[in-house]
Design a protein around this ligand. Structure first.
Ligand SMILES: NC(=O)c1ccc[n+]([C@@H]2O[C@H](COP(=O)([O-])OP(=O)(O)OC[C@H]3O[C@@H](n4cnc5c(N)ncnc54)[C@H](OP(=O)(O)O)[C@@H]3O)[C@@H](O)[C@H]2O)c1
Length: 298
């Protein structure tokens, strides 16, 4: 049976991958843009839930401007916590299942090992705190919610690290990249594929099913931003890859503090769902190929 998905968000990295890959799955997506459902207005968004018959609701809309959130705290909390919480309360135990995406920024990054789902949270910035408040509001209200914490999301769309690095290399700039923050890059395409692949199971699963609750999702392999940049240039430019100098996060003071090592352990998700996550270089090669073919077609 076709799984009917109500998706919030149209233009974001994950939103676009969900829409682009829907044809490969037995799903039918109705996606609402910010103009149709602005998460700054929880009541308006909740009203939209009655307009669409859905088996699964996927929140691909979020306030993701990490530095700006430091000066827009109220808006970040409204979009990332209040509205997701209001949606979860409206769905309750008997409505469609819910998928929310959260972040490694709920952690302080000082554990000295990979983070598992049950580790204590201690966000260093407003964005992380708003996403954590969203997790808590959803889990308190909706027993059929899956929260996927992810990290370092990249794709061929929108703004992200892969595109920033390739643009910088194209401009011939000397490159210095942070080499003291660690994480696991994650392709929006892999995250979208996972959600779509699990849609039927999530739509049918009862409260208490191990699929619900907190899970970590990231591609395999821990790197620093510099290690990631080296990988990007290696794949995109091969022998012509620029030399990247190692920098410290302290060299680029920013409004929001970031975890030094918020790297996620994904074993719970791999065991619960029986999936194998790909090393980050594999989807990265696909993203680079997509960007290169877009450039040569332009
Ligand atoms: N990007 C990362 O590195 C990263 C890391 C960890 C977790 N995450 C989480 O992963 C999820 C997907 O991230 P992403 O990279 O796909 O984000 P993204 O590319 O920044 O897209 C965010 C989406 O949210 C929409 N949006 C923003 N404000 C809104 C509002 N007030 N009302 C309705 N929609 C609004 C945007 O619409 P407009 O185009 O109209 O602005 C856009 O479609 C998010 O929950 C994010 O917190 C991301």
């Amino acid at each position: 049976m076709t799984t009917r998905i109500l998706q919030f968000g149209v233009t974001g990295q994950l939103a676009r991958e969900l829409l682009g890959q829907a044809k490969d799955f037995d799903v039918e997506i109705t996606a609402l843009s910010r103009a149709e459902a602005d998460f700054a207005d929880p009541h308006a968004v909740v009203r939209r839930l009655d307009d669409v018959k859905a088996d699964l609701v996927v929140l691909a809309a979020a306030y993701t401007a990490v530095d700006l959130a430091e000066s827009e705290r109220d808006l970040a909390f409204k979009v990332n916590a209040e509205t997701p919480g209001a949606i979860a309360r409206a769905l309750g135990p008997d409505g469609p299942a819910l998928v929310q995406i959260s972040t490694d920024f709920v952690f302080a990054g000082d554990k000295g090992a990979l983070y598992v789902e049950s580790d204590p949270t201690a966000p260093l910035n407003v964005y992380g705190a708003s996403k954590l408040a969203g997790e808590q509001a959803i889990l308190a209200a909706c027993p059929r919610a899956l929260i996927l914490r992810t990290s370092w999301v990249v794709s061929s769309h929108g703004k992200n690290f892969v595109k920033t690095m390739l643009r910088a290399a194209g401009e011939g700039r000397a490159l210095k990249v942070v080499d003291d923050q660690f994480g696991r890059p994650t392709a929006a395409r892999d995250l979208a594929r996972f959600i779509l692949g699990q849609a039927a199971r999530l739509a049918a699963a009862p409260a208490g099913d191990p699929a619900f609750g907190l899970h970590h999702f990231a591609n395999v392999g821990e790197v620093t931003w510099k290690g990631f940049a080296d990988g990007i240039f290696d794949i995109a430019l091969g022998g012509a890859a620029p030399v990247v100098a190692a920098g410290s996060a302290a060299d680029w003071p920013s409004p929001a503090r970031r975890p030094a090592r918020g790297t996620l352990d994904t074993s719970k998700l791999e065991q619960t769902f029986g999936v194998t996550l790909r090393p980050w270089r594999e989807p990265l090669a696909e993203i680079v190929a997509e960007l290169q073919s877009e450039r040569s077609a332009a």
